[in-house]
Design a protein around this ligand. Structure first.
Ligand code: AMP
Ligand code: MG
Length: 398
């Protein structure tokens, strides 16, 4: 049985490039740029007035002139005007093009205006309140780099350069498959020996949070049916996420079914708890993660292996912060232990308060937790104050 770090390295060595696609600006948040974004004009594109007030020639002020007649007005959105006489001024508004023959703007707060005659009441610096053409970025300069993940604040830049359509890294298409004769749909009343399927809905919801669309299928514990369904789905999707049917039970047909249809097993079983029976494999087209069906096992495998794999495949960064454990944890088996925990921030440090729950079937406990602390195998006791990796299962920074 391989270790968690061996399994992790195998998974991350198997990322595929899914190519590129075009999305509308409104759908671009969270997507990764497939090429640099350039300035189509200088930033700003003209000498931009930054205060409502008057524009003057600084020379006049420098020659001790303090009172100016208003010659005209230059509102934002009008073509560039010209100051005819430098003994006069032009009224301007924020966002206007600075008129020819002016170089300095004085805001209304520093003026008194009586019948079209303006007097300056403050010290004036040449060029004040003007955002000069190209002073942020020149024409054709790179504003956002290829590989950048588009966030809401980036939309400002993309909109300004007129990018209504954006070329981004394509995301894989994903099928989620539940398996098990005991599972019934959410809208059914389960018989005493049945349960409602939940895992797959949790996976789908997590994918939605990660902004990935997926389809769900269910198969019974029937060898022929499993083979038939998988044969169709591995042709149709880039990634298959399965839940259940990979352990040692008499009806755990999935590993054999996958290899029989040409999906190569890269590992089966990892020295970890929960999630030991995890199966991972691929053919030249599809990548398959087959998670054990217990809710906490699925949760651990999905976040430890699939999320970093997906981040790498689509060019996003993945962060697994280090945390300090609050108290001693005893764990005897020679397995890596994914211990559920809450995160606490204190004086610039991140602490994890571990709370074990009632085993890998106890899904209710997970709802109160923030993620897993990864306690590597090879120890019996993990001491308070020691530092380990944390695997969040939702955003811990709101
Ligand atoms: P398995 O991995 O198929 O041996 O299943 C392990 C446990 O997880 C069993 O108790 C299953 O009933 C349960 N289980 C499997 N799939 C799901 C699912 N989609 N939702 C909820 N529980 C499941
Ligand atoms: Mg099963």
């Amino acid at each position: 049985m391989i270790s968690v770090s061996e399994a992790y390295n195998i998974v991350l060595s198997q990322t595929t490039n899914y190519g590129i696609e075009e999305v509308d600006l409104k759908d671009a948040i969270g997507r990764v740029l497939a090429s640099d974004v350039f300035a189509d004009r200088p930033f700003p594109p003209f000498d931009r007035v930054t205060m409502d007030g008057i524009a003057i020639s600084y020379d006049a002020y420098n020659n001790n002139k303090r009172t100016f007649q208003i010659e005209s007005i230059a509102p934002a959105g009008s073509p560039q005007g010209t100051l005819q006489s430098n003994l006069k001024c032009i009224e301007v508004t924020t966002g206007a093009v600075l008129p020819f023959a002016t170089d300095t703007v004085i805001r209304y707060e520093d003026l008194s205006i009586i019948e079209g005659s303006v007097t300056i009441n403050s010290i004036v610096k040449q060029g004040q309140n003007v955002h000069n053409l190209g002073s942020d970025h020149g024409h054709d300069s790179v504003l956002l780099n290829e590989g950048h993940t588009i966030k809401a604040i980036d939309i400002n830049v993309l909109a300004t350069v007129g990018m209504n359509h954006i070329t981004v890294i394509r995301r894989p298409t994903i099928a989620i498959i539940s398996s098990g004769d005991e599972l019934v749909s959410v809208d059914s009343i389960p018989l005493p020996h049945q349960i409602r399927m939940s895992n797959v809905h949790m996976i789908k919801a997590r994918l939605t949070e990660l902004d990935i669309v997926s389809d769900h299928f269910h198969i019974q514990d029937n060898e022929a049916e499993i083979q038939k369904t998988l044969t169709v789905l591995i042709e149709k999707y880039d990634v298959i996420l399965m839940s259940g049917g990979v352990s040692k039970g008499k009806f755990d047909f999935i590993p054999d079914a996958l290899t029989s249809i040409g999906v190569e097993c890269l590992f089966h079983k990892v020295a970890q708890r929960p999630g030991k029976p995890l199966w991972f494999g691929r053919n030249e087209k599809v990548t398959v993660f087959a998670f054990p069906g217990n809710p906490v096992s699925t949760l651990a495998c999905f976040h430890k292996y699939f999320v970093p794999w997906l981040s790498k495949a689509i060019g996003e960064s993945y962060l697994s912060p280090s945390v300090i454990i609050r108290s001693d944890i005893a764990f005897k088996p020679n397995l890596t232990f994914f211990a559920q925990a809450n995160i606490e921030f204190e004086q610039g440090k991140i602490y994890a308060k571990i709370s074990k729950g009632n085993g890998s079937g106890d899904m209710v406990h997970t709802t109160m937790m923030d993620g897993f602390v990864e306690l590597p195998k090879g120890k019996d006791v993990y001491k308070a104050g020691e530092v380990y990796s944390f695997i969040p299962f939702h955003s811990i920074l709101k």
